[in-house]
Design a binder for this molecule. Sequence first.
Ligand code: DC
Length: 221
Amino acid sequence: MNISVAIDGPAGSGKSTIANIIAERFKLMYINTGSMYRAVTLMAMRNNISFSDIEGICKLTNSLDMHFENDKLIVNEEDVSEEIRLPEVSNNVSNYAAIPEVREILVKLQQNMAHKYNVIMDGRDIGTVVLKDAPLKFFLTASAEERAKRRCKEFKEKGIDTEYNNVLNDILKRDYIDSNRKSNPLCKAQDAIEIDSSKLCIGEVVEVISGYVKEYIEKNN
Ligand code: DC
């Protein structure tokens, strides 16, 4: 039987760090769906395709062959893992991720991956749309200020120069677009377990989630 673990939450809530550790611990494939929306955005920006050009974006999205190799995202044989994290991609991705036609294509791809493999998948609509029937769903939250602090630290470690206020504004803007778009907005699935990571360290959140995953595996194997 396939195991599917869904983790949703806003930008900077710690989803990817936590999902990576859980994936390794329980031998699951980690699928970072935000990376897939970022990859579409990167390729659209490279090709000067605006988010208002729906036909162009659909054609582009359908032409992208995406797969994960550990935590790397390979698109048409190119490793785009670093480039999709650049601030200019972050600043534009919400606009591309709000396009229903793009979401439809990527959701199908994500569901196919979950059919084939044991997965832990993170994003905004995993528990509500992509893996609606997943037995394990988590919703991570943290204050916008805490999330901005974490993002600044990440950028600094990568040598990228950013201002706290710009990062905070970007996070607030993205929260707004992600939560208010018509197609699959960010929201907690009714049956998701909510974890506020503002006052918990990564290790503590990992332990909470691991407890549920371990219990599920023991009961179902
Ligand atoms: O998790 P992230 O910050 O890398 O996500 C990048 C963007 O993609 C973010 O603005 C929300 C969007 N996204 C989405 O709409 N649905 C998902 N399942 C994952 C990400």
